[in-house]
Design a protein around this ligand. Structure first.
Ligand SMILES: [Zn+2]
Length: 138
C-alpha cells in the first residue's frame, strides 16, 4: 500500500491546532485502494484537521467526478461528486472504529485516510446510476 503513503495524516506531530491537506485523487488512487465500486475518477479533496481537547476533527470536502458503469448500457458514465464529511479521531491504546469515532494507537499517532476517502466517494454513488439518454429509453 506504499502508493497510499501520501494520505497519512500526522496527528501526534501537529504543531498547530489546525492543519490542512489537499489531494487530487485519480485512477492511480482507485487502483491502489482496490475498491470494487469505483475504479476511475478525478476528484479534489480538501481536509482540515482541527485538534480539540481529546480528539481530532477531520472535515473532508470532495469535488469532482467518478466513472461508474451505467446500470442500463454497461458503458462508463461520469458521475459528479460533491460531498462533505466529518470524522472524529482520537488517540488510544488500540485501533478501533465504531463508525463515529476512530481510535488510533498512541504509538503510531498517524492515521491513513485513504480508505475513508474511498468509502465516502463510494457512498455518494446512487444505487441506480444511468446515462440520461438511457433513462429515457426505458
Ligand atoms: Zn447508459
Amino acid at each position: 500500500m506504499e502508493k497510499l503513503d501520501g494520505y497519512i495524516v500526522d496527528l501526534k506531530g501537529m504543531t498547530t491546532d489546525t492543519v490542512s491537506y489537499q489531494w487530487h485523487i485519480d485512477d492511480d488512487f482507485f487502483s491502489a485502494v482496490q475498491g470494487s465500486e469505483v475504479q476511475q475518477g478525478q476528484l479534489d479533496v480538501a481536509l482540515r484537521v482541527k485538534r480539540t481537547s481529546g480528539a481530532y476533527e477531520l472535515a473532508f470536502q470532495f469535488s469532482g467526478t467518478v466513472k461508474v458503469t451505467c446500470n442500463c448500457c454497461l458503458e462508463l458514465l461520469d458521475l459528479p461528486i460533491q460531498a462533505q464529511r466529518t470524522l472524529l479521531v482520537q488517540l488510544g491504546d488500540t485501533y478501533s472504529d465504531d463508525g463515529d469515532m476512530v481510535t488510533v494507537p498512541y504509538r503510531d499517532g498517524t492515521f491513513c485516510v485513504a480508505w475513508n476517502l474511498y468509502e465516502v466517494i463510494a457512498l455518494e454513488i446512487p444505487i441506480r446510476h444511468v446515462h440520461p439518454e438511457c433513462e429515457t429509453e426505458e
